[in-house]
Design a protein around this ligand. Structure first.
Ligand code: ZN
Length: 113
């Protein structure tokens, strides 16, 4: 397995995610504390916007954590091993999702559980 290939991929993904998170932080009307009274005229819109943005941001932050964990595993020489059963995760799967910490069968079991 070409670890360098995955390292490059993961680092690029990490940078992208960090940029996106910053973007969502900036766009979120509630991130500006001086404006966020919650009772402004367009308060409802702002609340909805905030909910939408913060949901996306939370999702991005979760992915970022996974990418960072994958990079850490790479440094520790544990990259590509399923964290549940210890089997090697297929390279095709890692190529699509380098941050995957579970093999396909464990992932499927987890989704069903
Ligand atoms: Zn597994």
């Amino acid at each position: 397995m070409n670890l360098e290939h995955f390292k490059v991929k993961l680092k690029a993904e990490k940078e992208n995610l960090e940029k996106e998170i910053k973007y969502y932080q900036k766009e979120d009307p509630y991130s500006d504390k001086t404006r966020a009274t919650g009772i402004s005229e367009d308060g409802i819109t702002e609340t909805e916007e905030h909910d939408r943005l913060s949901a996306t941001k939370t999702e991005l932050e979760k992915t970022l954590t996974e990418v960072e964990a994958a990079l850490a595993r790479l440094e520790q020489g544990k990259f590509g091993k399923c964290s549940n059963c210890g089997n090697q995760i297929s390279e095709e799967r890692l190529d699509i999702m380098p941050s995957a910490s579970l093999c396909l069968s464990c992932q499927q079991k987890q989704v069903r559980a």
